[in-house]
Design a protein around this ligand. Sequence first.
Ligand code: PXG
Length: 285
Amino acid sequence: MPLQIYISGKFYDKENAKISVYDHGLLYGDGVFEGMRSYSGKVFRLQAHLDRLYESASAICLTIPMTKEQMEADVNKTLQLNSLQDAYIRLVVTRGSGSLGLDPNRTSDPQVIIIADSISLYPEEYYQKGLKIITASTIRNHPAALNPRVKSLNYLNNIMAKIEGLQAGCIEALMLNTKGEVAECTGDNIFIVKKCVLQTPPKDAGILEGITRNAILELAKELGILAEEVTLTRHDLFVADECFLTGSAAEVIPVVSIDGRTIANGDVGSVTSRLMAEFKKLVHK
Ligand code: PXG
């Protein structure tokens, strides 16, 4: 059976899963999304992802045409129908099709799309040796322009930074905020370890409040690792003892070089290794 894609209550073969070219999700990037993972058939922190999706929608004045309970049931149904255990799940809600103009009031029927597909993992080598990243010159959106807390379909800000990274031979790139402080990477949050203390930028640095980020902060607490949300600059990263990124796709991935500067001795740090192992345990719980 071809992969079954959910669109607004019905399932379609992958090649027939289509929405209107008049949908404002396509015309303006007007909509919201989530990227999640399932482990052994169970979506990791599904409730937190749904909460964030509905908050993102609310922030852009988009009413999702179903309850969270219904959405939860439909996500699980999509996984089961496709017999997927370890999968990547993309949840998309568009503004719906309308006229050729920005006005969201002239759209109807927001579309809910659920794609569950097999996950293509990052090469194991990155987890063993660590990533080299660069700082992009593209700054993260000013929260008053488009708040990074909203996981909107408008991802060009991140894509422009990702292109800079790729052109420099890096799969991730660091983004600063308008104040020049460390915000996050294009699809991952960032952490450092300094003198045994875990540090990550606060929510008001203009970042997506990552679900993996929050899980790591909780894990640190349980493991007795001191953790704080503090303003970080590139200087703090350059002189850090350890650095790593977190995200649903990457999980926990070490960083060993930023802008050509080696972090500490260039090895994957011990706190990072411990959190990588503990996170693996957590997702399989
Ligand atoms: N910052 C940004 C800008 C993101 O897009 C994260 C941080 C990490 O958040 P979570 O909740 O996943 O810990 C993200 C998430 C993809 C992909 O296809 C991207 C994300 C998540 C899943 C898949 O590249 N970004």
